[in-house]
Structure formats: structure tokens, C-alpha cells
Design a binder for this molecule. Sequence first.
Ligand code: MN
Length: 245
Amino acid sequence: MKPIIGISGGHLIDSGGRFPGYKRAYVNDDYVQSVVKAGGIPYIIPVVDDEAVIEQQIQQLDGLILSGGDDVSPLLYGEEPLTKLGPTSPERDAFDKLLIKYAIDQKKPILAICRGVQILNVAFGGSLYQDLSYKEEANIRHDQYSRTDMPTHNVIIHEDSKLFAILGRSALVNSFHHQAIKCVAEGFKVTATARDGVIEAIEKEGEDYVVGVQWHPEMMAAKIPTMLALFRNFVEEALRRKAFV
Ligand code: MN
């Protein structure tokens, strides 16, 4: 049996076509294909607001991927919105926080990507830069115009991390974020940084498998074996823990 991997969904609002303004439940296909390639069974988890439903959504899974999306509301980490904040989605903030809560309660492995790592950090009490221009030393382009599957900047990976075992000392990554982690949540450690000091990955300390990256491995996994290896490691862990239940 392959492990069931849930991918947190978002909303897509039609901008034109026959139903302008119509709301759809969706995830980017790259997440789905990366899970299949890594040996998991992908399921899209649609955004809902009923906590009992969310608890049971998590019960069905062996692992949770927190996918990318809108900015996290700064109100969640005690800041007012600054001028360079992008669009936020309170509905999704609330949903993701409950997914995280129940995944941790039920000891399901988590792989958090881009917005995913940001909401993960905030859910545990950390904070974000609302825009990287608010971080003085951040002089690397973190919102690249190159293709989605093209890595553009280096990250330095810290020893004694799951990421180090998968990727080694450094990796080239793509970059589609304008926010980043400011204060790391208690109980988490930084596991990768860009050369301008921007935090690019964190992991939860202790027994839980909770790995977050600021880049988009799912967009590179079809081409770059090390990025697929990140998904493989996560899917293998989901399978290992499933076997113990
Ligand atoms: Mn970056």
C-alpha cells in the first residue's frame, strides 16, 4: 500500500470566461504529479471551515503537504498590514492552521512549501517579513522572472537536518516569494538560508517529521532528481509511520 498524501487546497476565482468571479477548489498540478512520482497517492484537500470536517480530513491521510498561495495575514503575528503586503486569504489562513493543528495532534508528517512554511511558522508563534524590502540585507532576487522549473539562487543547508541528509551542503533553488520568515517559531530550527540571510527552510525539533521550504520543489521535481528526492523522503516517512499505526 502506498501512503495517502493530502495537498492543502486553495481557491481559484475565474477572471474571465463564462463564469467571471466563480470560485473553484484547486491545487497546482505540479504538487499532484510530484507526489505520484515520489510513490504516494495524492488527494486534494478542499478548503472548508468546519473543524470536525478538517479533523477527519486529516485522519484519512498519511502525510500533509501545505501548498503555496497568498500572503499570510500579519494580524496573525501581531502586525498591522504594511504597504507592500500582497493579497491575503483569512479563510485559508484559518483552514491551514487547523490542518496543521490536527496533523501535529495525529503525528502525520508535514511538508510545507512556500506559503506553507510561512503559515507553519506563524501557526507556531513565529513571524514574517511582510515584504523582503523590509529586510535590509535581502538583496537577492527572490521573486524570479525565469521559468518555474529553473533554479536561480543558492541556499546553504545546515548540518544536522533532514534537508542536509537529502540535499547535502547546498542546493540551487527556484524562488517565487516576496515574504519570508522573520522570527523562527519556538521548537523549530533554521535548516537553510540564502546568501543574503533570508531563511529558506525550517524543521520542527524532536520526533515529528515537519519540514518546510521556501522554494517550490514541486515545480522542479520532474527535472531535478534532488528535488524529487525531497518528496520521496517525505512519502517514505509517511509510509513508515503508517506501518506503525
Ligand atoms: Mn528565495
